[in-house]
Ligand binder design. Sequence first.
Ligand SMILES: C[S@@+](CC[C@H](N)C(=O)[O-])C[C@H]1O[C@@H](n2cnc3c(N)ncnc32)[C@H](O)[C@@H]1O
Length: 309
Amino acid sequence: MHYRIDFSRISTSYKDHSLVQRSAADLLLNLLEIGESDDVLDLGCGVGNLTEKIRKMTGGRVVGIDPSEGMIREAVERNRGLDITFEIKGVEELDYEDSFDVIFCNSVFQWFRDPQNAIKNCYASLREGGRIGVQAPAKSVYSPNFIEAIERVKEDPETEVIFAHFEEPWFFLETAEEYRNLFENCGFRVVLSEIESVKTEHTPEEVFNIFSSGAAAGYLNQDFYDVEIGADYVKSFERVVNDAFLRQADGRGVVTLIFNRIFLVAVKVCHPVICATASSSPIISCSPVLMSRSVTIPDSTSCFPMITA
Ligand SMILES: C[S@@+](CC[C@H](N)C(=O)[O-])C[C@H]1O[C@@H](n2cnc3c(N)ncnc32)[C@H](O)[C@@H]1O
């Protein structure tokens, strides 16, 4: 079955409510260390708030793509006058070849229906030595807070019958090793793959808004139900989830929101055999949240020419 994920419904409020996506995005931007002349593709750019940030980091070409018409409309509107190309396009339709130094993919990977094909398209779009940075929710329990709220939806008399017809659209792997293998099987050299349990504190209302800015695009999307979902169901669903977040608040009225997130950086290098003796230079260092670890990006310029005996 082919799904078209439509974020248009939430595009106008996305920038204000996507708090979690943004803080994790800053980590990913730090990891990628975009150079001043890098050509960058913001894959699944949403309303383009991070594309705007990227624009300030490089004098190179900046392109944002997203399959959601509403998101791109908003992105174009918000970034008028900036030299950014926005296109309505999903990763499935990526038709660039050796065109970018960096692909930035923040809070999008979980939506890919065919991740392997998506990675192959990214590989083709990057220049040799180019890198992709992915940050996305990981593990089936991607957020214990959200999963607990969904357990309530499953049990509530107003939502249980229809929710039983929900088919989860997301792609999650359980370990950093599995993510690493997925990228390495497509030819990338993975220089960082870690699942972090990221904790942030919010009011229940903020948590509800965060839920609405991402997960709701799946849970309240007609495409993922095989029965009709009406306005009453949406209203009841939102009530149950909202109540769950209110109950998760501590004595201070604060919810500790936990998200398991994969942080992955991978480089397009020439064939591993050819690169076997290539030198490496440390050009990326992780943020403190990623335990101040350093990652090393292979220097692709020192690859030897292919010898065909
Ligand atoms: C949670 S938003 C993240 C937006 C932005 N990257 C950010 O971090 O603020 C997820 C975005 O992924 C986009 N998306 C979903 N499926 C996609 C696909 N197959 N290819 C590219 N983008 C996709 C959605 O339209 C949506 O704008």
